[in-house]
Design a protein around this ligand. Sequence first.
Ligand code: AMP
Ligand code: ZN
Length: 113
Amino acid sequence: MSSDCLFCSIVRGEIPADVVSQTEHTIAFRDINPQADVHVLVVPRLHEPDIASLAAADPDVTIALIAETLRIAQAESGGQYRLVFNTGEAAGQTVFHAHGHVLGGHLHSPLPS
Ligand code: AMP
Ligand code: ZN
């Protein structure tokens, strides 16, 4: 847990979110600024700054995160979707607590190249 981390605050229930699912290792909620018709963030309860450091720190939680990301993508977007794990500022990451984006339906703007 990191006291000044936005997603840790959501994990702790201190900041409200439109929660889609909760499991032992994950919480998923709708993105506050959706970039597609379906835009869900899937977050490990464990604080690690990105997916690479999560994978190094705890492979079991990483597998749980990816499995839940796939389950939500199937449930929310009928098997046709994009999964995005922005890693690093230069790749567009703005919240440094690992998370996956589930994007489904029409994108609201083209992905940056
Ligand atoms: P990234 O740019 O990959 O770090 O993604 C961070 C995402 O978190 C962005 O798509 C934001 O719109 C989203 N976001 C920021 N604050 C909140 C919040 N309070 N609730 C839900 N989503 C948020
Ligand atoms: Zn955090």
